[in-house]
Write a new protein. Structure first.
Length: 143
């Protein structure tokens, strides 16, 4: 199954919204005979599915703004290895994150390993990741 981060406009009562979202998605998964799991990782809605058209599972669900394919890592070392493999052919890069301190730390380690410059204004390659609790989410499609 692939993992997807969901960008949604969540009302004040996030638990009610999560229940609504999960119920709607699971209904559609059953109707289409698709394997699905819906989770929250430290405030981020995550959809795991084997659907070849995951966007169609979310059509018409109120509050959903976007869907991004992601990879999930349990540790920084695994995240960095994956990022390095995606940046090998780049002459400059930038990493963006939901936490600036983690962004600088990871970007510095990658620059040191690959020996390529960080370019925050016009990088050849850009990667976005989030630290959510004890997990790292690497966005494969940039938000």
């Amino acid at each position: 199954m692939k993992a997807y981060a969901i960008k949604a406009k969540i009302p004040k009562n996030s638990q009610l919204y999560f229940n609504y979202f999960k119920e709607e998605v699971m209904k559609r998964c059953v109707e289409t005979n698709t394997d699905c799991v819906v989770e929250i990782i430290d405030g981020r809605l995550i959809l795991f599915t084997d659907s070849t058209t995951p966007k169609s599972l979310l059509e018409g669900i109120k509050g959903v703004l976007a869907l991004y394919e992601i990879e999930i890592f349990k540790d920084e070392v695994s995240l960095i290895k994956s990022m390095i493999s995606k940046l090998k052919e780049c002459k400059s890069f930038a990493v963006r994150s939901n936490k600036k301190s983690v962004e600088r730390e990871i970007g510095g380690k990658i620059a040191e390993i690959l020996n390529i410059p960080v370019n925050l204004t016009e990088p050849e390659c850009k990667l976005y990741f989030e630290r959510r609790g004890k997990f790292y989410l690497l966005f494969l499609s940039y938000p």
